[in-house]
Write a protein that binds this ligand. Sequence first.
Ligand code: GLA
Ligand code: ZN
Length: 672
Amino acid sequence: MTPKKILYGGDYNPEQWPEEVWEEDMRMFKLAHIDTVTVNVFSWASLQPSENVYDFTKLDKIMKMARDNGLNVCLATSTAVHPAWMARKYPDVLRTEHNGTRRKFGSRHNSCPNSPTYRKYSVALASKIAERYQDFDNIVAWHVSNEYSGNCYCENCEKAFRVWLKERYQTIEELNRVWNLAFWGHTMYDWDDVVVPNLQSEEWFWEYTRTNFQSISLDYQRFQSESILECYKLERDVLKAVTPQLPVTTNLMGFHKPLDYQMWAKEMDFVSWDNYPEWNAYPAQIAMCHDLMRGLKQGQAFWLMEQTPGVTNWHPYCSLKRPGVMRLWSYQAVAHGSDTVMFFQMRRSVGACEKYHSAVIEHVGNENTRVFREITALGEELDRLGGKTLGAKAKAKVAIVFDWDNWWAAEYSAGPSKLINYHQEVTQYYRSLAEANIPVDIIGVTDDLNGYDLVIAPLLYMCKDGFDEKIRGFVKAGGSFVTTYFSGYVEDHDLVVLGGYPARLRDILGIWVEETDAIVEGQSNHFIYEGERHSATILCDLLHLEGAEALSTYEDDFYAGMPVLTKNKFGSGTAYYVATRSDKAFYDKFLLELCKEKGIEAVMTAPDGIEATLRENENGQFVFILNHNDEATEIEIPYNGKNLLNGAEYKAGEMLMLASKDVMIIEVAGEK
Ligand code: GLA
Ligand code: ZN
């Protein structure tokens, strides 16, 4: 079934409630214009009460109720928590922690991904569910497991790790080479010498996880991400075998470090994700997650699978979403590429850790709540909006590179600073562009660079085989490229590329980095850029020009006068190097300058706190304008067109007061 509007609903757990309550749920859902429920997320224990017994009685009723009430179903496979009997009978399903302790039954997302028992029974369950409900034409998608996450260090994982390594490296000599095991006499003679890197072997905890052998830890992270992905694929394959027409997804979590989502997305029909910003999140921070999620499948529309309608239970401070913010953040998701607006959860549970997490139906049990009124108003509005924006894509001329291997490797690095933080570095660049309403794609190193005018790869510590060649081609052909300190150091195995940093990027950037100074937290060096003084923090590279020109130099310390910002003409393009972490004012100015140079335009020019994006499809072009400010803000309408949310027509250049937290979706008249 192809949806005709933005799907509206969320996680629904009727199995936690007596059946009398269900009827009331249906009444409330209708009131709120809910059209979609995600069911069966955590029901394995009741679906398979013992090894050879399956019981679908309750799920049958739930599925029938959903269909009878005209609800679409996103049907989950329930494999995110194994049942207690399984843990008792087959302890191999239990994970082993980083410190080597075997866990007991409890929590969730708790199964060892390499447990033969878990794989066997999760796949069996998914297959039975697919067989049983395949004829329900209201199923819109399969939802495999839930928020996959976490590492396991058990013996099954250790054995599987050896197999994984053997496939990858073939010989023990090659393993010794790529892990540089001559260091500290770690030479391995046999695959059985390989053990998992954890607190019992190479890793230790000191503020965060450290490791003696980055290469081993890095490979283990890759292996765990792939092991969990394998569990997803096994379920997906049995679902596809029964219902090839239905799309399969699993809900992701934005910038979630343990899983290489770029690899994962290749196995998913569409990306879906759960958005839970904290009270102090700023708009670009949320937007960056949406853009990452959109980029995972090269711009294909995604699903906002979960958000809280009001409040979470698990943030340090569970502040309420202010009036209008739920609507605003729902449209922000749509503005960045979502085709759904979904909540966790439909009815607030009575016990356990999520009982104080907002729901469409709160503990008071009726419709007379602020949260329910806001949900209903948005539901009505989405009904009116219909399906015009579905599948629409956002077009960007700027790409920011984000790479999971690089994330792991850069932050495993022993030195030069504990302040190295990949996500934070990328955020500096993203934020300045996003706040200027310049569309940005977040792409991976395997994505195409063609079509972009500006490619930014902050903190590209690991420049993988072939990626430098891609950048070289891009710049030669006229593109602008920006990278930063601590880039180009290592190849895919975290082995240093010899011959001077930034190694593979050296010719493109026209520089040689001889040394790097770590700046203590709270201290800084400085430099002047276009008449303003900016800070240089975290790391300061001491570099020499090899063809590049210096746009600015350090002011302080023994390396005062050495270049801190460089520009190199390379082929028909230009490559910039930012040798340090600076301040927001610098990125704002520097990046907007580069955009201007390349003729890259903002969706609209607007006061702070006004976010604008553009999506387009065969129905037209849609400009989303969102006011994140706490007060009404005056904006200049950027295009002729109609606001799809209230039917008002506008002419470009008209001034308008956009209310606090309000949203417009302008359908552009003609071509913009
Ligand atoms: C996640 C999970 C849900 C629920 C919510 C609470 O997104 O997928 O099951 O726990 O968090 O915010
Ligand atoms: Zn394991």
